[in-house]
Design a protein around this ligand. Structure first.
Ligand code: HEC
Ligand code: HEC
Length: 314
């Protein structure tokens, strides 16, 4: 009798245990609102680089489906996936990377500022939704967009263009820093000369948008700001010199709507764009003189307008 009672008790405990486990997995399923938020965050912040669009050669980061495959197997729980995703994206590092191949091909993902809350929502969406196998993207992306995209938190074109510009900046900046690190400043000039435009173009074709950098004092004359691009440059300069931080503008250029954003110098830039005698080293200057005989992009100091991003979307 005593054994029977103990047995029943054990069974009951076990059942309660199983039941509460079930409850736990049930309650961690996202609501439609949470999924919508995750989708929008992903679209605004991650598809800028992790888009499956564009050719394989023009990719600048692995598509999300590849990431999912490396992060999730049949035993991975949503909580584990969320933890891993938050850990990596908050502080990308080789130690915790699960994709050495992608790292070799694209270089480590640049560090950007996403909150843990945003990343948790993104993780939930990724975990619970079938995403972007190449045909997924074409067929379902539009539907998902209709379903989740049209809410008040959707980005305006000006904000969306800014995401593209900032992602391109992150990619360029990361590659520039690693070129300076491995080849020195003079060596990195060649990187800018051959790779900057290529990277910007790759970024653009991965997004299905056009992105360029132009300046009123260009180093490369192909990057000269012309026509209606001069006006926002002057406005951004005026706002910088009055102590404000300009953010962006939408204008008509060559008959098309484009979005423009300021490119502002920091100390790092001055080793190639600063004063010739004091800030740019002789060997760097020698490289610049050979590659850019008509260089106008020197003499800058910190926190000045170096040029603008020009983003054209469909
Ligand atoms: C500026 C471009 C860029 C943006 C924007 C970006 N990523 Fe990445 N990401 C990369 C690159 C490049 C890699 C491949 C190199 C690597 O693995 O570090 C990568 C790799 C990853 C990996 C795999 C890391 C590993 O090695 O294990 C995860 C996870 C990831 N990204 C998540 C995200 C999420 C989530 C977002 C949006 C919040 C995002 N990324 C936005 C460029 C970007
Ligand atoms: C290692 C040297 C180097 C550093 C450091 C550097 N640049 Fe440049 N920059 C170049 C070269 C070379 C070009 C010309 C690229 C080309 O031929 O398209 C260039 C071009 C540009 C352009 C395009 C317009 C033009 O003048 O042709 C912008 C904008 C720009 N740089 C901004 C910056 C900013 C902002 C920084 C700092 C965050 C920076 N650069 C740091 C070497 C450098």
């Amino acid at each position: 009798m005593k054994h029977r009672i103990l047995g029943l008790f054990a069974l009951a405990t076990l059942l309660v245990g199983i039941f509460s486990c079930n409850q736990k997995t049930e309650s961690s399923k996202s609501t439609p609102e949470e999924l919508a938020a995750g989708f929008q965050l992903l679209e605004a912040n991650c598809f800028t680089c992790h888009s499956p669009r564009g050719s394989i050669e023009s990719r600048i980061a692995p598509p999300m489906i590849a990431i999912k495959k490396h992060y999730i197997d049949e035993n991975t729980t949503k909580e584990e996936f969320t933890k891993d995703l938050v850990a990596f994206v908050s502080h990308p590092s080789e130690d915790i990377s699960k994709m050495p191949g992608a790292r070799r091909k694209f270089g480590l993902m640049p560090q950007m500022n996403f909150s843990e809350e945003q990343l948790t929502q993104i993780a939930a969406y990724l975990f619970e939704t079938e995403i972007e196998a190449p045909d997924w993207f074409e067929e379902h992306y539009k539907q998902e967009r209709k379903r989740h995209g049209k809410t008040t938190t959707s980005l305006t074109p000006l904000e969306q263009g800014k995401q593209f510009a900032m992602a391109t900046k992150a990619i360029l900046g990361k590659n520039l820093l690693s070129a300076i690190g491995t080849k020195g400043t003079a060596g990195a000039v060649e990187f800018c000369n051959t790779k900057a435009i290529h990277l910007t173009d790759s970024m653009a074709s991965a997004q299905g948008v056009k992105i360029s950098r132009v300046s009123d004092q260009p180093r490369n004359s192909n990057n000269t700001a012309t026509g209606s691009l001069i006006e926002p440059i002057n406005k951004f300069k005026a706002s910088l010199s009055s102590g404000q931080t300009p953010s962006g503008a939408s204008i008509i250029y060559n008959g098309k709507l484009v979005h423009v954003y300021p490119i502002i110098t920091n100390t790092m830039c001055l080793q190639c764009h600063g004063e010739k005698e004091t800030q740019i080293k002789p060997e760097t200057l020698k490289k610049l003189d050979v590659l850019y005989p008509t260089d106008q992009a020197t003499g800058y100091s910190e926190n000045e307008l170096r040029g603008i991003w020009v983003v054209e979307m469909d």
